[in-house]
Each structure stands twice: as structure tokens, then as C-alpha cells.
Write a protein that binds this ligand. Structure first.
Ligand SMILES: [Fe+2]
Length: 266
């Protein structure tokens, strides 16, 4: 199974930059590249902060930009989003019985879980009892399937000073639930921190983030206020198959220097 991950697209109404970067131009280039190179993918997931201020016009723009994607799309909320505005433009995106934008998909390689950690007015993530009840049921219903988890806010320790007070405010509860899932957790995939990070939790669960398609920061994990910067549009290509899980970073706008030679010798 091939999944494309975009994250932190931070769309604004057309023509408005965010932290010095034009989010619309970034996303248009990324989607164009995805459609050209990965038309065989099974799913596109955007792991939150779809829009910078949750403007209806920005969600409309997102819908227009994603229209050429020829496979299923699953959209998730981040702290910058606004759930009612999102739902108004994307009524077909699945929600749970409480209205949270969270859902699951069963695949040949386990259950995919999409968790909603957005809470209006909170920069960090919230995952309270009502959402947790949904997660408990989704894990229980997964039966013998391993799970692969998508969420905007990292449910793990990320070690980045700027995000130390705006992570998932759950005291590790989500991670405890996942660690108790006997068939295993293939991977936890998140956004929010805007830079690539990979690691393993103390419980032995592997995790990684995608790099933001819009602005990111010059990597300095100790800085409380790092410098925002730009960069080429980017996304990740995720594979779930009999080998397990793999994630490849893809950057748009690279130009080739020299043709590589086949290395198929002994
Ligand atoms: Fe973000």
C-alpha cells in the first residue's frame, strides 16, 4: 500500500504569505508532482494545519487544489484549523459520532487510524475522554490487525524546545493505549513540528513526522523561538506492505546533475 503524506500546508486566501512563504504556491507544486509521479498511490493524507486561520476561502482553495488527485484523500485537523469551517467545505470527510474528524480504514496491512487532536483556542493538542473512547473502540475492533496511526500533534516526546508546551496535552495516555494493542503499532505519523523527525518511544513504538509543505524552521532543537524559513515544496511517500513500514521524503524542484549508473553487479 502506497500512501502520500502532506502536512502543515497552512493555506491562506490566495496571495497571502505565511512566515515569508506562499502556501498556495507550495501546495500547488507539491500536488502537481504527486499527481505526475504517484498516480498509483492508494491514499493521500494531510496531517493537519490544512489552513493557517481556518478561513472558509482557504478551505475552498484546498478543495480546488486537491481536485486533480486521482485517489482517496483523508484530511486531518491541526491546531490552526477550524472544525466547523472545515466541515462546511468538506462534509464528506468522515467524522465520529461526536463530530470529531477521526476515522479508520482497514487495509491488507492493518488498520489505519486517523485521530483528531484539534481543540479550538488551544495551540497544543487535546485528546479527552470522548475521543479516547473512540480510540479504545477502534483498537478493540481492530482485532488481530496491527495499526498505523496518523495524528497532527506528536503523541511522543519530540525534544524540541519551541514545541515543549504546545504538544499533545494527554500525559502520554494515547501512547499507553497504543502500546497495549497486542498486534502492534506499525508506525505513528504526525505533523505539527514542521521539520522531519524520526525515533522510537520508550514503549518501543516507531514514529516520524513529515516536513511542512509550507514554512519550516532552521533546525535548532534548543531554541525557544527558532527562525522560520522556506524551502522546496515537499511530501512523503509511505509504504505499508509485507516488509512493514517505510517512509521516503520527496522534494519538488530538484534538478538532476548526472545520470546514476545501474549497480546490479555482485
Ligand atoms: Fe503547522
Amino acid at each position: 500500500m502506497k500512501i502520500i503524506q502532506l502536512t502543515d500546508t497552512h493555506l491562506m486566501p490566495p496571495g497571502i504569505a505565511v512566515n515569508g512563504v506562499d502556501p498556495e504556491a507550495q501546495l500547488r507544486e507539491a500536488v502537481s508532482d504527486i499527481v505526475a509521479r504517484h498516480g498509483d498511490a492508494d491514499l493521500l493524507v494531510i496531517t493537519g494545519d490544512l489552513c493557517n486561520f481556518g478561513d472558509p476561502e482557504a478551505y475552498e482553495l484546498l478543495r480546488e487544489i486537491l481536485a486533480p488527485v486521482p485517489f482517496a484523500v483523508r484530511l486531518m485537523l491541526g491546531n490552526h484549523d477550524r472544525r466547523p469551517k472545515f466541515v462546511a467545505v468538506f462534509p464528506d470527510q468522515p467524522r465520529d459520532s461526536n463530530g470529531y474528524v477521526q476515522s479508520s480504514i482497514d487495509t491488507a496491512f492493518g488498520r489505519l487510524l486517523f485521530l483528531d487532536s484539534h481543540e479550538e483556542g488551544v495551540i497544543g493538542g487535546i485528546y479527552g475522554p470522548d475521543r479516547m473512547a473512540w480510540l479504545d473502540a477502534a483498537l478493540n475492533d481492530a482485532g488481530a490487525q496491527p495499526v498505523t496511526v496518523f495524528i497532527h500533534h506528536p503523541p511522543v516526546f519530540d525534544g524540541i524546545a519551541h514545541f515543549s508546551k504546545i504538544g499533545l496535552h494527554d500525559d502520554g495516555a494515547v501512547l499507553v493505549r497504543l502500546a497495549a494493542h497486542a498486534p502492534g503499532v506499525r508506525h505513528i505519523i504526525f505533523g505539527h513540528i514542521h521539520i522531519p523527525l524520526s525515533g522510537t518511544s520508550a514503549e518501543g513504538i516507531a514514529f516520524s513526522s513529515g516536513q511542512a509543505c509550507s514554512h519550516r524552521f532552521i533546525t535548532d532543537v534548543a531554541a525557544r523561538a527558532p527562525w522560520w524559513t522556506g524551502g522546496n515544496p515537499c511530501y512523503r511517500v509511505l509504504f505499508l506492505d509485507d516488509h512493514g513500514f517505510r517512509a521516503f521524503g520527496a522534494e519538488v524542484g530538484q534538478s538532476p546533475t548526472e545520470q546514476a549508473q545501474p549497480c546490479d553487479g555482485p
